[in-house]
Ligand binder design. Structure first.
Ligand code: SF4
Length: 104
């Protein structure tokens, strides 16, 4: 399963650029984004913004500290993604935007 292979690679390599995921696993970039989002939402990995070769991307790192459940909360509020069944479009998702603001 690609998801498990991706997680193993992130652990083994001690990080992986998100821009390399689709190339490494020979999948389209949309599927790569979905896999990364799923792993991040589950608390298995964390992402941090970086610039590589002049382009912005994310460094994916294995999240081996704390409980995976910690990432499901922001400002004590449970992530809206947990009970969401709509087509995921994070860039225009009001519940997600409101949830991330709740941490401030
Ligand atoms: S649509 Fe919004 S709330 Fe639903 S899974 Fe996507 S980001 Fe989360």
């Amino acid at each position: 399963m690609v998801e498990e292979q991706l997680l193993d690679t992130i652990k083994r390599e001690q990080g992986l650029l998100q821009s390399e995921v689709w190339k490494t696993f020979d999948i389209d970039s949309k599927k790569a984004s979905r896999l990364v989002r799923k792993l991040e939402q589950s608390g298995m990995i964390r992402r941090s913004s970086v610039v590589s070769n002049g382009s912005r991307t994310y460094l994916l790192e294995y999240n081996d500290t704390g409980s995976p459940l910690d990432n499901l909360f922001s400002g004590g509020v449970l992530a809206p993604c947990i009970e969401c069944s709509t087509e995921c479009r994070p860039a225009v998702c009001d519940p997600l935007a409101q949830w991330t603001v709740s941490a401030d």
